[in-house]
Design a protein around this ligand. Structure first.
Ligand code: RP5
Length: 165
């Protein structure tokens, strides 16, 4: 697959890093080259727009955007590219992430954002891998192996709580 980033991970603030680094961890496990940037829909709107508009031309194939509160980052990115955009609503502020979930998921028709759960950074990465697996057989193989490991691990626990009665 090479070292050229295929996935761009963005977050609105450095305070989102503890959640969003899990995204990067999964992509590393899956051998998917990616880049990580901090850019805000509200505080640095022009920079965010430039990044999104230039992503496809630089070889990025999937974008992941995490933001909290009035989270417009994923939507703002989707406004400037037709690449697949995955939104991660981040739990921050007084509303526990519901604010970010609604802001991220309620996109107008024609500008989609695939929204994962609140703080669902890992699933954002797995979804990005699923999209890439259409084109990259090695990503598909790693995803298959991961699923198999998850299945085998849980099956092994089938009787752990069999306390009888
Ligand atoms: C959002 O506001 C960021 O994505 C972050 O989740 C939240 C708070 O940002 P900071 O005040 O911590 O920089 O734009």
């Amino acid at each position: 697959m090479g070292d050229k980033p295929l996935v761009g991970i963005l977050m609105g603030s450095e305070s989102d890093l503890p959640v969003m680094e899990k995204c990067s961890d999964v992509l590393k496990e899956m051998g998917v080259a990616h880049e990580v940037r901090i850019s805000s829909a509200h505080r640095t709107p022009e920079q965010t727009a430039r990044y999104a508009a230039g992503a496809r031309g630089r070889g990025i194939e999937v974008l992941i955007a995490g933001a909290g509160m009035a989270a417009h980052l994923a939507g703002a990115i989707a406004a400037h590219t037709t690449l697949p955009v995955i939104g991660v609503p981040i739990k921050s502020g007084e509303l526990g992430g519901l604010d970010a979930l609604y802001s991220t998921v309620q996109m107008p028709p024609g500008i989609p954002v695939a929204t994962v759960a609140i703080n669902g950074a890992k699933n954002a990465a797995y979804l990005a891998c699923a999209i890439l697996s259409i084109k990259y057989p090695d990503v598909r193989d790693r995803l298959d192996r991961f699923r198999e490991k998850t299945r085998a691990g849980l099956e092994g626990k089938f009787e752990v709580l069999d306390w009888g009665g």
